[in-house]
Design a protein around this ligand. Sequence first.
Ligand code: MN
Length: 420
Amino acid sequence: MPLMKSWVTSANSPTTPFPLNNLPYGVFSQGEGEAHCGVAIGDMVLDVTRLEEAGLVVQGPDPVFDIPFWNDFMELGAEAWSAFRSRLTDLLAEGGSDELSGNAELTKAVLIPLTDVELHLPFAVSEFTDFYAGRHHATNVGTMFRGAENALPPNWLHIPIGYNGRASSVVVSGSDVRRPWGQLKPPTADKPHFAPCKRFDYELEMGAIVGQPSDGPVSVADADQMIFGYVLLNDWSARDIQAWEYQPLGPFQAKATATTISPWIVTRAALEPFRVDTPTREVELLDHLKDAGPMLYDIDLEVTLTPQGGDTATRLTRTNYREMYYSSAQQLTHHASSGCPMNVGDLLGSGTISGPEKANRGSLLELSWGGKEPVTLDTGETRSFLEDGDTLSMTGHAQGDGYRIGFGEALGKILPALER
Ligand code: MN
């Protein structure tokens, strides 16, 4: 599918993240104004809360955009998702309906430059689960801790391993992240102490947003249809806290400080042209988890680090979402396989997305190989783990024929630990 042209001319650039083909969903506010639901188009945001008030988009007898979250809209289901997307396309397309483009006063009121707005969490996070479903990442980490022979745990090729995280920890891009305190026990010490984390790290992930509920097990094909869209996700990780606390129930405080997501929900509909298969299976999956079609996406991902006060961003990671071993649909199927009810607004972290080469590693733990091989930044400084004042930025896009489906940015700056 080629670029779809819009009368919002900035949306026709081959490098804008937000062409008419994308239409990602977010929440924004302007000055002291209240937060509204919006759709990114070129370098503008379309205020759909006002568009609904004006009667130009109608979802039924009751408004769904009067609350600044996309949850009420997600609840309406696939037919409504598709009808709304068609309606937006018609209103914004070159040669489409002139109900908006022909009304200068309304256009001025509902099309706002992105540079003038503040972005918020696009949906109310119901619950958050994080997985460990990238094979390169699991192999790298496992090799460091258990040796190459035992890198993957025995269950790894059979189930997407995960843990239940905290919805309350999820923050939108731009939120500062404070270095956590925690119990640390270096291997050489005979007892633990309580101190600021010394091995604070990022994890490059994608987040899948559940848009329809389940009550009982779901097939992989049905799980795919339950997913509303995707965001970039940074699963900030305190490696030293994790090393001491994780056995036998997995990460707890190590992952509870913050989880940063990008502000725009890129819909499954926008990503359709970019579907790719999961990698070849070394071990055949059990029937309930078997692939039911291509359910990963070809999305280029990048991470940069900018030290305090600097303007030089060093690229740390360049990888692709297609490197995952399990799709989000398979993760959702596994999640629901016990009968665990899944809710609208549930967020599923993919697991760190590393690729086969060193340049593809999606965390500093892997890049510095546990701190043994510090990374040299373009400024000449080195990093084994994140330092106070560092700003981490994740970006991503799918490359179409003359257009991009962009995600925006998941950015966070590290603040020093609290004084105690
Ligand atoms: Mn993670």
